[in-house]
Design a protein around this ligand. Structure first.
Ligand SMILES: [Zn+2]
Length: 315
């Protein structure tokens, strides 16, 4: 799980709202606006652009309603001018222009899936259609608050998380506690470790056990819901490569190449990237698949001198 960083950008948010509303009938938008005011105490524009902390606050307020009232409000938001037409989910969200999806993507500032950090996600500029730029998405949008339970947040900017299609399909309508935009999230809320069950582990990957340490209780439902442990077990070959390099080169090697070739490797982070094929700094984790895993396995290898089954966890 890679945390997303919220940065208020009034112009971008405003542009998103315009794209969502563009070409939509005024009468429909007015009905949505009226319902937002009546049931949520804010207008539609405010609901669409709720900053992450306010979105979660509003969700909690809404959740406190009695079940019957929630069922009524849900029905109301699914029936914009007509009974059960699901206008917000099917039209505003389902038929969202690619330019709006582009803003969601740019807002998240990620190049890999923030749920698994195993797949690239991307948006490419293709052609102009009717004088407008067209973008193709190589990702899907997850409604962190699922649109079945919360149709009113179906186009809220910070409720939409660009993720890889596999994670989106697996998550489906599951409810996760770990909200990617939460300000208190840290990249080390989840840490990967490995344990060695035999000396031949560099040749035999069945002698490697992958362990996931959840340092933030909230992340547990996501780790389990997305089957991250099972998924990462398929990357034991990477553990072999990293551990092998650490064994061969050790930590001192990075420092020595920096000292010898300062123009090529201005920092140990740069030397690490060349040697281990990935980024070292947490701020770069969103840029490349498996970057968090690679860094944790590297650190584990350095710190442990290769752990044994009966060793205590190190961190
Ligand atoms: Zn994913």
């Amino acid at each position: 799980m890679i945390p997303l960083h919220y940065q208020h950008d009034k112009d971008r948010e405003w542009m998103y709202l315009k794209e969502i509303e563009k070409g939509r009938r005024k009468s429909y938008l007015k009905d949505i606006d009226d319902k937002c005011k009546e049931y949520l105490g804010l207008n539609f524009e405010e609901i669409v652009l709720l900053p992450p902390d306010k979105l979660m606050e509003k969700k909690q307020q809404y959740d406190m309603n009695p079940e019957e009232k929630k069922a009524w409000i849900t029905k109301e938001f699914r029936s914009i001018l007509k009974a059960d037409n699901r206008y917000i989910e099917n039209t505003l969200y389902g038929d969202m222009p690619s330019s709006a999806r582009k803003i969601v993507f740019d807002t998240a500032k990620v190049r890999t899936c923030p749920y698994c950090n195993r797949n690239f996600i991307q948006m490419v500029d293709t052609e102009e259609k009717a004088g407008e730029r067209e973008f193709k998405s190589f990702f899907e949008l997850d409604h962190f608050l699922d649109k079945g339970t919360y149709p009113m947040f179906a186009v809220s900017l910070y409720n939409l998380i660009p993720v890889c299609p596999s994670c989106n399909r697996i998550k489906s309508t599951q409810k996760f506690d770990y909200y990617p935009y939460h300000f208190a999230n840290r990249s080390d809320d989840l840490i990967f470790h490995y344990m060695i069950k035999g000396v031949d582990f560099l040749k035999d990957e069945s002698l490697i056990e992958i362990e996931l340490e959840e340092r933030n209780r909230k992340i547990i439902s996501s780790v389990e819901g997305l089957h991250l442990k099972k998924l990462y077990e398929s990357h034991k070959d990477l553990v072999q490569e990293i551990a092998g390099k650490v064994m061969f080169f050790g930590e001192g090697y990075l420092q020595s190449v920096c000292g010898q070739f300062p123009a090529l490797f201005p920092s140990e982070g740069e030397a690490y990237r060349i040697l281990y094929g990935n980024y070292y700094e947490a701020e770069d984790f969103p840029n490349r698949p498996l970057s968090k895993f690679t860094r944790d396995i590297y650190e584990d290898s350095l710190a442990s001198g290769f752990r044994r089954e009966d060793d205590k966890p190190l961190k």
